[in-house]
Design a protein around this ligand. Structure first.
Ligand SMILES: [Cu+2]
Length: 486
């Protein structure tokens, strides 16, 4: 078995492109005991997805069951404490058109009470999985979620209580909301970027977090795309590929690039961009999404890795804290594009042309709130506005008014900031305008010792949660509520 495993690793390296990173990874991996020792690369699979929801006229429906489910992250060992929606990790993909009615008949077949949050959708507070935390779905019980996602884009869903343990164990899924005019790529490939921390000996999910892990965020020692390490997706030279990336990790910031290929960012959290841009590499923080167009320009018979680069949550500029990353310091392969023989004439990508009002040219004069993020390393706490959930003071703002907000991060650590229910545009960091075209966002990085400004039309009134999307921080109370008045 060991010989077979080594042979598989060797195969991967032989068929890869000339990039040195795979070799580096394999070498370093064997030194540090990271996944390269453990993982058998997966057999190539078709590039694309199968929707789990059933389409109808203006509707999409899904029966969704959360239950115990032993899944294999690629080590060959099933995870005894694994969980899944409908027995797959990720759970079934929900596909609908913007404005459709989506009905999810949810059953909680686990022993943990649960609510489901539909991350990024501008829906009603009652269906957002937060107000429901007052009355969560108990083990053995069911609840029907019904909502009308208004915006095309790539979204995801996950439990909103005990997220740190439930997502680590496998409970998350994706949603593709389409607009009528949207073009299609030859391969539309949703990718959930996740990591999981396994015990070195048993290869089971490692015990609950230490205090330090809770404060720093739990980093895994296996990198997965769609619930499995080292997948390969079959592509043909000439095709167009739409990668839809979402980061479901507890705490890992992914800094990815695609070996031998150009990544063109065509969409962000909530929909497509008016102006695509090329990215050499892309930072995807927990909860955040990007849609990336890739022209398949690789050589037939070769494989190319999506590589993840180490990202320090406490960077050298702002902190002397040395973080331990169980993946090591080197770039690591996440999944491969495996080229078959031949070449095809691909379907040209037609970029949707959304009309996104640019707040950077017209900064709102109404100021909503400045959130202050902080940490007390000695006390082992993280705070928003000097308090922790549920003691963070309510923020109240008027709805349907273009409003400017700030996040002031007084801590030495990056925090991914997520606001439910409305969409925002990032304008500036420390007064310096952010680069790139205007984009609708619901999640973004708040770098250490910096102040971000962002704006929203606040066109979805209600009581909405905001929080850090490092799931350990959210569970420790780095969260609050904002009332957007009618
Ligand atoms: Cu945080």
């Amino acid at each position: 078995m060991l010989i077979l495993l080594l042979a598989c690793v060797e195969d991967t390296r032989d068929t890869s492109s000339p990039g040195a990173n795979l070799d580096d990874t394999a070498d370093t991996g064997s030194d540090t005991g990271t996944e390269a020792d453990w993982i058998t690369p997966a057999a190539p699979e078709a590039c694309g997805y199968t929707a789990g929801s059933t389409p109808g006229a203006g509707t999409a429906t899904l029966d969704l069951v959360a239950s115990d489910f032993a899944w294999d992250p690629g080590t060959g060992t099933l995870l005894d404490t694994g969980l899944a929606f409908n027995g797959t990790v990720p759970g079934p993909l929900i596909e609908a058109n913007a404005g459709d009615t989506v009905v999810v008949n949810f059953t909680n077949d686990t022993d943990t009470e649960m609510t489901i949050h539909w991350h990024g959708l501008r829906i009603t507070p009652e269906m957002d999985g937060v107000m429901q935390m007052m009355d969560p779905v108990q083990p053995g019980e069911s609840f029907t979620y019904e909502f009308h996602p208004p915006d095309a884009g790539f979204y995801w869903y996950h439990p909103h209580m005990s997220g740190d343990t439930l997502l680590e164990r496998g409970l998350y899924g994706t949603m593709i909301i389409r607009e009528a005019s949207e073009g299609r790529a030859d391969c539309d490939l949703p990718i959930v970027l996740d990591d999981v921390l396994l015990d070195d000996d048993t290869r089971q999910i490692a015990p609950p977090d230490t205090d330090m892990m809770q404060l720093m965020g739990r980093l895994g020692n296996v990198l997965m795309a769609n619930g499995r390490a080292l997948r390969s997706y079959e592509v043909t030279r000439g095709q167009t590929i739409l990668l839809r990336l979402v980061n479901s990790s507890n705490a890992r910031f992914w800094d990815v690039r695609l070996e031998g290929h150009t990544m063109t960012v065509v969409g962000a959290d909530s929909g497509f961009l008016a102006e695509p841009y090329v990215a050499e590499h892309l930072l995807v923080v927990p909860g955040e999404r990007y849609m990336v167009l890739v022209e398949a320009t690789g050589e037939p018979g070769q494989s190319y890795a999506l590589l993840n680069n180490r990202f320090q949550l406490h960077d050298d500029e702002h902190s002397s804290m040395v973080e331990y990353d169980p993946m090591g310091e080197q770039e690591n392969p996440v999944f491969y594009l495996a080229y078959g023989e031949g070449e095809v004439e691909g379907t040209p990508w037609v970029q949707p042309t959304p009309d996104i009002p640019a707040f950077e040219d017209n900064v709102p004069t109404t100021f909503g709130h400045q959130w202050v993020l902080d940490e007390d390393m000695m006390g082992g706490t993280v705070t928003i506005d000097g308090a922790a959930w549920p003691d963070v003071p309510m923020v109240t703002v008027q709805g349907n008014v273009d409003t400017l907000f700030e996040v002031k991060n007084d801590s030495e650590m990056h925090h991914p900031f997520h606001i439910h229910g409305n969409r925002f545009q990032l304008l500036a960091i420390d007064g310096v305008p952010v680069e790139g075209p205007p984009a609708w966002k619901d999640t973004w990085d708040a770098p250490p010792m910096s102040t971000l400004s962002f704006a929203s039309p606040l066109d979805n009134p209600g009581e909405w949660m905001y929080h850090c999307h490092i799931l350990e921080h959210a569970e420790d109370g780095m969260a609050g509520l904002m009332t957007v008045e009618e």
